[in-house]
Each structure stands twice: as structure tokens, then as C-alpha cells.
Design a binder for this molecule. Sequence first.
Ligand SMILES: O=C(O)CCC(=O)C(=O)O
Ligand SMILES: [Fe+2]
Length: 255
Amino acid sequence: MENLDETLDRLERDGFVWIENALSPEETEQVRQRVFYAKEQGWQEGLNAVGNMWFDTLLDREPEVFGPLVGHPSLAPILYAMMGRQCQLRSYRAHINPGPYLQEWHMDFYGYWNERRDATQHRVAVTPTSINTTFYFQDNRPGQGFLRFVRNGHLAEPPHLYPRLDHAAFEKWCYEQELVTLYPKAGDAIVFLSHIPHQGGKENDEMERCNVVCHYQVCPMHESVWYVSRPRPFKGSFPFQKPETIPAVAYGSRA
Ligand SMILES: O=C(O)CCC(=O)C(=O)O
Ligand SMILES: [Fe+2]
């Protein structure tokens, strides 16, 4: 059994860790059903060109269903060990992939390297960092669906981002790198550094596929920082601010 420090070492080394059965089957089924209920209600913000339908309001609409994923006990030791009490929920976004889906290669925190560069120009500025916890609600398998990363894509600034994103060149660069493909199953979570390039996709257009993404940040970021989603209100966004919410340290992520 891996201990917490070893999990954190892997998160820093690989840029991601895969937590199996982060949610119980009951939690998985309940959240899955409510994500599809949201689609029935027409609560989506839109359906983008790569086949991703997104929902930004579910935490506010149904906090009793969606709230437990924030600082969920299965991930809280990792989040707390990485970020401590400054750990803040930045944004909360659910997705459904209703048809063909191949996501563009992207980083959720596109601006990471810009902000890091900028921080070196100031005496006390810190580089903001951000972590994704993405929960899956169906079994991704070869031939069905996947999530893939650029191996070590978090360790150095990818080309073609700065001073202006050349997305076609960035995607071409990503495809040329060594890739790591994961097949998270229903109830699993992938915890990753939000600035690692990644791409979700379906190989079977008929596959039911959805996910919920909680983004965390260590300190509030200015409004124009380059990030895929808008920040939530500050108040109430710190899952570990009260002593009783701080997780016990002992933790093993896998048998
Ligand atoms: O698995 C997917 O569809 C991609 C998820 C994603 O982009 C994310 O979690 O940030
Ligand atoms: Fe993403």
C-alpha cells in the first residue's frame, strides 16, 4: 500500500495520480443521474465544437448532490497535503459528451508559465498553482474513451503558448510528444496539475460519457489570468478552513 508521501511524490513527478474508487458506487450513480438530469433541464452553458457540453451552475443549483465532491474525503488528504488551508475551490464544471468527442489538446491553467515568469519580477509575488480533480462516471476502456497526458508536460513550458497561443502548432507539438493514456472507470478520479497538457476523447461515439471537474488553486488569481474557467465567489470556497475539515494524514491511494 502506497503512503501519502509516495502519492504526492508521484503527483509531482508525473503531473497526475489516478485514484480508483474515489466515489462509492452509490455516490457515482447519484451524481451521474443528476448530471444527466441537468441536461434534461437545459442547464448547460453550451456544446463546443469538439463535442463537450459544459455546466457551470450545478454546485449552486444542487449543493447537496454536487457539494460532497468538493474536498471529497477520498482526495482531501492529497489536496490538503499539497495546498493546506489556502486550498480554494476555483471553479466547478461538469461535462457531458453526447456524441463524437475528441477534445482539443489543452491546459486548464494555460497561464501558469506566464504567471510564473511574471512572479520573478516582483519581490514577494508567488506563482499561482492549480490542481484538477476530475471524477468519471462511466468506464473508459480501450475502444471506448480515454484521458491522455503529455508525459512530463508539466515540467517545462510547452512551445507555441507565448506570447500568443498558436493552437494548431501547440496541438501538433503535443501529438509529437510521448503520451500517457489513462482509462478511468466509473467512480475514479484523476488528480492532476492543471497546467499539464491533456486531452479527453471517445473512440466509440455511442459511449455515454460525463465527468465533473473541481479546480483548486492556492491563492486567488487576478481576473485576467489565462484559465479555462471563471472563478467562483471567494466566500465559502475554502474546503479546509475549519479545523474539523482538515483530513487525517494517514492515507493509502491504492491497494
Ligand atoms: O476526460 C475528459 O474528457 C477531459 C477532462 C478535462 O479536460 C479536465 O478534466 O480538465
Ligand atoms: Fe481539461
